[in-house]
Write a protein that binds this ligand. Structure first.
Ligand SMILES: NC(=O)c1ccc[n+]([C@@H]2O[C@H](COP(=O)([O-])OP(=O)(O)OC[C@H]3O[C@@H](n4cnc5c(N)ncnc54)[C@H](O)[C@@H]3O)[C@@H](O)[C@H]2O)c1
Length: 333
């Protein structure tokens, strides 16, 4: 007997890849999304599969979430395991400043979804959190660890931190539910996930590739003169979710960093994108400044590796080649 997964935000970058991987394993997925930041295109290849059931629904709608609950109750007895994965969120940087909207979906929505998982007696709940919770203390010599203290930018500095503060609160909900014996689960602090299918123009890799391909000119924030980041391919981030699900002892309510150790400057990222697109000449222009943006973000993933054996498989060079291939196909560069 297989597992029934219930995925919120299933047409998003993490959700659609997870659904594909789960179906490939022989499991079944009930997924929903309100298309806040995605479309049906991302799951078109699995839409007609009997293992996948999609609903256009909103995490913030009580009625629609009741419909999901009823669907799950009807079906779950035919499966060995029932697992909820909360991918739905107001994610992208431009939205981080909309405090209430971010709070409603990311905090209230997550809490209600977790309560539903507990009510239907799900075996586990995976909470997608973020490396943004490390805020201004996002790096250290050997990478920041999950139990390191956090130096957070506040409303005095930037409304942007409301996203991180909300996600941090969901980690407490997750821990509390597990500590009280209501469900198993954990939180995943992803760091800068990207995918070859990503088209969101505000995300750094699509932004750079688009700008290079169309104008041979990339506009970057002033912060990019110094900033460095690691980038995690979404196949690897989804494998991390599957790894914790497959290791019950990892579902202890705690938090896992999910990242690579391959740090690059943003300027080097532009150079690498140009290389995989075979573009030799381009300009870089600096415009604008983002408050409370850490210069580096390096996470220790020792905990996740020790407990599950997970490690990233796709190097940045391989990942960028995949992105370039998909760009060329979609845009006839
Ligand atoms: N992409 C990253 O770099 C990154 C980094 C850290 C954490 N995360 C977290 O991982 C999770 C997945 O992120 P992602 O990269 O797939 O982002 P994404 O924006 O691609 O996916 C999120 C999905 O949630 C959907 N959604 C938003 N509000 C909704 C609502 N009210 N009801 C139903 N669906 C709704 C969106 O339409 C979108 O499809 C999120 O919780 C995010 O905070 C992502």
């Amino acid at each position: 007997m297989s597992t029934l997964f219930v995925i919120s935000g299933v047409t998003g970058m993490t959700g659609n890849e997870l659904a594909r991987k789960m179906i490939k394993r022989g499991d079944h997925v009930i997924g929903f999304d309100n298309f806040f930041a995605s479309s049906l295109d991302t799951v078109r290849d699995i839409l007609d599969k009997s293992e996948f059931k999609f609903y256009e629904m909103d995490l913030n709608s009580k009625k629609e979430m009741m419909d999901i609950r009823n669907q799950v109750l009807e079906k779950s007895r035919f499966y060995k395991k029932l697992v909820y994965v909360n991918c739905a969120a107001v994610v992208h940087t431009e939205h981080f400043y909309h405090v209430y909207q971010t709070y409603q979906t990311n905090v209230e929505g997550m809490k209600n979804f977790l309560e539903q998982a507990i009510e239907v007696n799900a075996d586990a709940f995976i909470n997608c959190s973020t490396s943004e919770v490390y805020s201004m203390q996002s790096w250290s010599e050997n990478g920041v660890r999950e139990d390191d203290y956090i130096l957070m930018a506040t409303a005095e500095n930037s409304q942007r931190t409301s996203y991180a503060a909300g996600k941090l609160l969901t980690e407490f909900f997750m821990k509390d539910a597990v500590d009280q014996g209501k469900i198993k689960g954990c939180s995943m602090r992803f760091a800068n996930v990207y995918s070859k299918n990503e088209r969101y123009p505000k995300h750094i890799i699509p932004h750079i590739m688009n700008s290079l391909a169309k104008n041979r000119r990339v506009v970057l924030l002033e912060n990019s003169r110094k900033n460095r980041r690691t980038f995690l391919h979404n196949s690897d981030s989804c494998d991390a979710v599957l790894a914790v699900i497959d290791h019950e002892s990892a579902l202890d309510g705690t938090v896992y960093n999910v990242a690579t150790q391959e740090e690059v400057t943003i300027l080097d990222l532009v150079k690498r994108c140009a290389k995989v697109l075979h573009i030799e000449q381009y300009d870089i222009v600096f415009e604008g400044y983002r408050e409370s943006d850490p210069e580096r973000r390096i996470l220790s993933t020792e905990k996740l590796q020790r407990r599950t054996g997970w490690e990233p498989k796709i190097t940045l060079e391989e990942g960028l080649k995949m992105c370039a291939g998909s760009y060329k196909k979609g845009m006839e560069i």
